[in-house]
Design a protein around this ligand. Structure first.
Ligand SMILES: C[S@@+](CC[C@H](N)C(=O)[O-])C[C@H]1O[C@@H](n2cnc3c(N)ncnc32)[C@H](O)[C@@H]1O
Length: 265
């Protein structure tokens, strides 16, 4: 049961409250395997409104919110139609590319989430490694990678599919042997307290799954040791920088990209 509406922000439910389901009889074995791997309980339709459901279908993995039965389930999508419709590689004139740097070739996206930013960066021509610590998000990302890999010559061979690593990026970055030119990070940030605007649905679900990334400062420190050229931190426009010594900042719509340049070695 959902609690009655209240002005207190809901406490993020732990990822373990998600249940796994098969959308059809043919998907039952795959759903069972996934539930075992993730250590989650199984359920089946019709779903009660207790929490999120990771649904296995023949084509994709999707996250369904039975509390909003009319909304479409969400999947990770690296190269959505709005990217594929454009001429590839995407232009590097926008604030994200200016922050990452035109000369950068390799980018570690240390907070991959739904993979949207990784997909954008890959569509601009960067070679991207996405790192995600949430096992649930990682299986959704891995499903997105698998779907693109199955397409013969995705977008005429002009899309380089990001590589996926399921790990805490702090450990990954301290151990990485081939240092990336840029480390990109987009840690979860608490929404404006008095904002009437609701965060977009993918972000709301993500917050419900993983909470706020309160250890983002530790990640920034690891990123700064690993990046050859720079670290880029995406922040909501109202949020203070993660560390004071920002070298450059590029403003986009509602967000900005703070750049920390690596010292010359
Ligand atoms: C705001 S979301 C990122 C959204 C992403 N930029 C996108 O385009 O979908 C933050 C994500 O970073 C992940 N994350 C936070 N800290 C991390 C860390 N130290 N290592 C790996 N993943 C991390 C969280 O689990 C969450 O999925």
């Amino acid at each position: 049961m959902r609690p009655a509406a209240t002005s207190i922000a809901p406490t993020p439910a732990p990822e373990s409250s998600v249940r796994v389901a098969a959308a059809a009889q043919g998907d039952v074995a795959a759903a069972r395997d996934l539930a075992r791997i993730l250590g989650l309980a199984l359920t089946q339709p019709p779903y009660d409104a207790a929490g999120l459901v990771l649904e296995v279908t023949s084509g994709r993995l999707q996250l369904r919110d039975p509390r909003s039965p009319r909304t479409r389930p969400l999947s990770a999508e690296l190269f959505p139609v709005r990217i594929r419709r454009q001429r590839l590689p995407l232009s590097k004139r926008g604030p994200l590319a200016l922050a990452v740097g035109r000369r950068s070739r390799t980018v570690v996206d240390a907070t991959a989430g739904w993979g949207a930013d990784s997909g954008l960066l890959a569509a601009m021509g960067y070679r991207v490694v996405m790192v995600e610590r949430s096992p649930l998000l990682a299986v959704l990302l891995s499903d997105a990678v698998r779907r693109v890999q199955r397409e013969p010559g995705a977008a005429g061979g002009k899309l380089v599919i990001p590589e996926l690593v399921q790990a805490d990026a702090v450990g990954y970055l301290y151990r990485v042997t081939t240092r990336p030119d840029c480390v990109y990070m987009d840690p979860m940030f608490p929404p404006k307290r008095n904002s009437a605007a609701l965060a977009k649905r993918p972000l709301r679900l993500l917050r419900e799954l993983v909470g706020d990334d309160e250890d983002a400062g530790t990640l920034l420190a690891a990123a700064r040791t690993a990046a050859r050229s720079r670290v880029v931190v995406k922040r909501p426009d109202h949020a203070p920088p993660l560390a004071e010594d920002v070298d450059l900042s590029h403003a986009g719509k509602l967000v900005r990209y703070d750049v920390y340049l690596a010292p010359a070695r």
